[in-house]
Write a protein that binds this ligand. Structure first.
Ligand code: B12
Length: 213
């Protein structure tokens, strides 16, 4: 049985070796990569989130955990990728302006690639002009916006409005996500879809593209 507490301990370590060791050990024991990600890494990170909220942990602790989490995710990434398959559609992903959280967005990126989408990841702290320029250049079918702060959630509304108002001939569907985002908020700001996690992100993007076909 994978224990989030074990991953929590390894995420808190000053070295990356413990988390790498734990992920590799879980794989060697035959645990599916999705379980190691969801029960282990995300489970461990959610304990960190609770302690951060309760002020038992501080930003440097969380930064360290984020670095360790990325290393753990990197080991799993190839197991989710499906290179050489016909693209299901193109998606542009980015964390909105003012927000530097990217762990969740990166997981969405991995799951999308693994499910056959071509992913263009713009990164973090992306101003709306950059989203618009990327849409014009890459002509994606879907735009995925991530926000982890209640303040930056509102930036998603601005991006959606700008996409809708833009003179682009083929406008992408816009899907949104991130810990503070809800289905109701997504509807309120005019998004085409909302995903509570990376698996839901793939489901909603696939459904939107099927409805267009
Ligand atoms: C790690 C972390 C950090 C790290 C980020 C490192 C990194 N590279 O990402 C660091 C230390 C840098 C950081 C900084 C800050 N943080 Co911070 N951080 C967190 C923490 C603990 C975990 C976030 C995380 O990675 N979760 C794990 C991932 C897997 O979950 P997720 O992001 O939600 O993503 C999943 C879904 O939401 C969804 N999803 C995500 N994106 C998308 C996109 C689409 C399109 C779809 C469909 C789905 C989807 O799928 C993902 C996979 O399942 C959260 C606590 C929490 N409970 O969220 C606080 C938290 C988000 N941070 C918070 C705060 C306050 C800050 C700071 C302001 C702190 C400070 N005083 O400086 C700064 C902000 C800096 C900035 N301008 O952005 C607050 C926000 C509070 C609020 N109401 O806005 C939180 C909630 C902590 C708290 N409870 O107080 N943080």
């Amino acid at each position: 049985m994978l224990k989030p507490e074990d991953f929590y301990q390894a995420l808190r370590d000053a070295e990356v070796a413990p988390i790498e060791g734990l992920v590799k050990k879980a794989l060697a024991e035959g645990h599916p990569a999705a379980d190691i990600l969801n029960l282990g890494l995300i489970g461990g990170m959610s304990i960190i989130g609770k302690e951060f909220k309760a002020r038992d942990l501080w930003v440097p602790d969380v930064l360290l955990a984020a670095r360790n989490m990325k290393q753990g995710v990197e080991i799993l990434r190839p197991l989710f990728s499906r290179e050489g398959q016909k693209s299901k559609g193109r998606i542009i992903l980015g964390t909105v302006k003012g927000d530097i959280h990217d762990i969740g967005k990166n997981l969405v990126s991995i799951m999308m690639s693994g499910s056959g989408f071509e992913v263009i990841d713009l990164g973090i702290d992306i101003p709306l002009e950059k989203f618009l320029a990327a849409i014009e250049e890459h002509k994606p079918q879907v735009l995925g916006l991530s926000a982890l702060l209640t303040t930056t959630m509102l930036e998603m509304k601005k991006v959606i409005e700008a996409v809708r108002k833009s003179p682009l001939s083929e406008k992408p569907y816009v899907i949104v996500g991130g810990a503070p985002v809800t289905e109701a908020f997504a509807r309120e700001i005019g998004a085409d879809g909302y995903g509570a996690d990376a698996v839901a992100a793939v489901e909603i993007a696939s459904k939107l593209l099927e409805s267009r076909a």
